[in-house]
Design a protein around this ligand. Structure first.
Ligand SMILES: Cc1cc2nc3c(=O)[nH]c(=O)nc-3n(C[C@H](O)[C@H](O)[C@H](O)COP(=O)(O)OP(=O)(O)OC[C@H]3O[C@@H](n4cnc5c(N)ncnc54)[C@H](O)[C@@H]3O)c2cc1C
Length: 431
């Protein structure tokens, strides 16, 4: 295997590189109006709303702008429905609340599309729809029933695709048919992040990185924040650290489960191959328990492929060959294709499979998108900002939900490998 770049393919983009305009931590001011901790989509989306409302905003990131999931993800966008599905959601919340939550999921996608359009962010947005492949007839039937329910509940558009017709959607014979979601799409995650960063910098927001918040405590009406030995005072603080919430944020670390998700990008492929793999420019996922998601790159020259990994450490030497094997199981045409990039990041799962936003000890927060966060983080970051502004438009269907943890859980998901193995086995049986 040729030398593989161990950073996200997206980071090679000139726009992403140009947007890395953070100031050094030494230049942090002693007082700030609003401090946003975490320069991913949640933090940047919140900063945009706050700055446009006239707030003085400082954003800090422990590593770099977009170092977390936001410049590592697959860029697949859709309504990100709740992981429990219609039945689980109705069981947990009752019919009315379940429908309200599903409607809000639809809003997250619309909000993202509107934002990209109104801010004129050049981020390779393609709304060509997604094909979701069924690896067994049973998965096909179950997914068809679920899509029917979602269509009735919130008007989700979908088209069932038979096995005989699936070559019109995907250059693969692996599936027993699938579903097309025509309103889904994909974007360039690095360019989208860069666009958000450019917009907030233009509003006068200052971004500092690397600048890790190492402690925070209440101080009168505001907060005293420690950033690697420097102390600063902030009137309001937003925690937008998602799957990267560390021991300095024990309340949040105990409530998010960091799950490693990994991706590979292929070398540039001939146009004829790319047209065969994705004839309509669609993005893809497989209806498996251990999720697989893949898509053409924005320039339609490469396949970018992702899935879960077993360990918590970043081991591209292990997951790159694994992902390539899974990719060629779907697309045997890529057997001899080289992988140029392999990278991973940690998504934030939650114990109730639900994102959360609100306040804890006066700290505002938004996080826990359970691996589907491009639209959700943009939307809930914006909502968190509206809450900080005291606007009634900050109301969301997540308001008032308890943010659960589990006894003895402190942020180390030691149980994950066993759970992933179990789900992999179920996938092998097609259930
Ligand atoms: C490999 C991968 C593929 C994915 N694919 C998709 C996809 O296709 N579609 C989709 O919808 N979602 C996808 N996701 C999920 C999506 O990217 C995330 O849900 C979303 O980006 C979360 O944004 P965020 O701003 O909340 O968090 P992040 O982008 O993770 O940002 C959190 C930031 O907080 C910083 N931080 C942490 N602690 C501190 C501290 N103490 N002080 C200062 N800064 C701190 C971190 O350095 C980090 O930059 C994927 C994620 C991964 C990892």
């Amino acid at each position: 295997m040729q030398q593989i770049q161990r950073h996200p393919y997206w980071w090679d983009d000139v726009a992403y590189k140009a947007a890395q305009r953070a100031k050094p931590a030494e230049q942090l001011p002693a007082t700030v109006g609003t401090l946003v901790v975490g320069a991913g989509y949640s933090g940047l989306s919140a900063a945009l709303t706050l700055a446009r409302a006239g707030r003085e905003v400082v954003v800090i990131d422990a590593q770099a702008i977009g170092f977390g999931c936001s410049a590592r993800n697959g860029g697949n966008i859709g309504p990100s429905f709740h992981k429990l599905g219609m039945a689980g959601l109705t069981h947990a919340f009752g019919t009315t609340k379940a429908h309200a939550l599903l409607h809000e999921s639809m809003n997250t996608l619309q909000h993202l599309k509107n934002l990209i359009a109104t801010e004129n962010i050049d981020c390779g947005l393609h709304l060509n729809g997604k094909f979701s492949g069924a690896p067994s007839p049973r998965k096909y039937e179950t997914a068809a029933r679920e899509a029917e329910l979602l269509n009735k509940a919130v008007g989700l558009e979908f088209e069932m695709v038979s096995q005989a017709d699936q070559r019109n959607e995907i250059g693969s014979d692996r599936y027993h048919g699938g579903i097309v979601y025509p309103n889904d799409g994909h974007l360039h995650p690095g360019r989208y992040l860069a666009g958000l960063a450019e917009r907030i910098l233009a509003e006068g927001v200052r971004i500092f990185a690397p600048a890790r918040m190492t402690g925070v405590k209440r101080d009168g009406k505001g907060f005293e924040v420690d950033v690697g030995g420097q102390t600063l005072r902030a009137d309001q603080v937003l925690i937008a650290t998602n799957g990267y919430s560390g021991p300095e944020l024990p309340f949040f670390q105990k409530r998010v489960i960091p799950i490693r998700s990994a991706m590979i990008a292929t070398e540039p492929l001939p146009a004829a191959i790319m047209n065969e793999l994705s004839p309509k420019g669609r993005s893809f996922n497989e209806m498996s328990r251990v999720v697989l998601y893949f898509r053409p790159s924005p320039d339609k020259k490469r396949m970018v492929f992702g899935g879960r990994t077993f360990g918590q450490a970043d081991r591209p030497n292990r997951y790159a060959p694994d992902l390539k094997r899974l990719m060629t199981r779907i697309f045997p045409q890529l057997n001899d294709t080289a992988i140029t990039h392999a990278w991973s990041g940690t998504v934030a799962y939650t114990f109730d499979h639900t994102p959360h936003l609100g306040t804890h000890d006066g700290l505002h927060y938004a996080m826990g998108y359970c691996g589907s966060g491009v639209g959700r983080s943009t939307y809930f970051g914006h909502k968190a900002a509206l809450k900080m502004l005291g606007s009634k438009d900050g109301k969301t269907e997540l308001d008032g939900l308890e943010f659960p943890t589990r006894p003895f859980y402190t942020g180390n998901p030691w149980f994950l490998p066993a759970i992933i193995r179990w789900h992999s086995m179920m996938d092998r049986f097609g259930v």
